[in-house]
Ligand binder design. Structure first.
Ligand code: DX5
Ligand code: ZN
Length: 223
């Protein structure tokens, strides 16, 4: 399928979030990515379901909610009710990942697992077929604007082969340090969703940045 762009609101102006969403939506963004951080699992705190609910009112685009929190099971219902279209939990935070995925799916929304840079994809072996998407972290989670970890490319290729070998339809998203400079090779490696925070909202012209990403996607030839 054609790769998609998911701007991450983490780097947007929180005093004008509705404007930020409208701006990227009008420029061609496919998904809005929202980073939930609890100050325990990651050394930063962002927002909870109340903000997701507010953003929900500003757009028809799918909301991809990335839970970087210690106890995701306690909050799945709240984020689903707030209007998330997809929820990803970090594999590293789940004692009973299969149950967690079933709970997400019970809300009829997309279920994803996020993997830290040091977490091997073999840990997904027995649960792969249950997933709608896998979020590959290409930085250590917690902050926007970090440098892309190059070994992520090989990890994505390996994951793509694993998915293809089993004839599954699971999307791969990549999160952290994604920019115009590495988007093409990430797509070539098998990325379906480019999540980009700083390279969109930190750009002098965020609209132009979204359009450049979409150009790169178009030129990738993936349909
Ligand atoms: C980091 C978050 C990312 C973040 C990416 O922990 O999960 O979604 O917004 O930001 P950039 O694109 O700036 O690396
Ligand atoms: Zn994220």
């Amino acid at each position: 399928m054609k790769p998609m762009l998911a701007p991450s609101l983490l780097s947007a102006d929180f005093a004008h979030l509705a404007d930020a969403v409208t701006m990227v939506a009008e420029s061609g963004a496919d998904i809005i990515h929202l980073d939930v951080m609890d100050g325990h699992y990651v050394p930063n705190i962002t927002f909870g379901p109340v903000l997701v609910k507010a953003v929900r009112k500003t757009t028809m685009l799918p909301l991809d909610v990335h839970l970087m929190i210690q106890t995701p099971d306690e909050y799945i219902d709240a984020f689903a009710q707030a209007g998330a279209d997809g929820l990803s939990v970090h594999l590293e935070t789940c004692n009973h990942l299969d149950r967690t995925i079933q709970v997400i799916k019970s809300h009829k929304i997309k279920a994803g697992v996020a993997l830290n840079p040091s977490t091997p994809i073999c840990l997904l072996d027995e649960i792969l077929h249950e997933l709608d998407f896998i979020l590959v972290m290409s930085v250590n989670p917690g902050f926007g604007g970090q440098k892309f970890i190059p070994s992520t490319l090989a990890k994505i290729s390996k994951l793509k082969s694993m998915i293809t070998a089993r004839s599954l339809q699971i999307l791969i998203s990549v999160d952290g340090g994604v920019g115009h400079d590495n988007a093409a090779e990430l797509i070539l490696a098998g990325t379906d969703i480019l999540i980009a925070g700083n390279s969109v909202f930190g750009a002098a012209d965020p609209r132009a940045s979204v359009r450049t990403f979409k150009d790169i996607i178009m030129k990738s030839g993936r349909i």
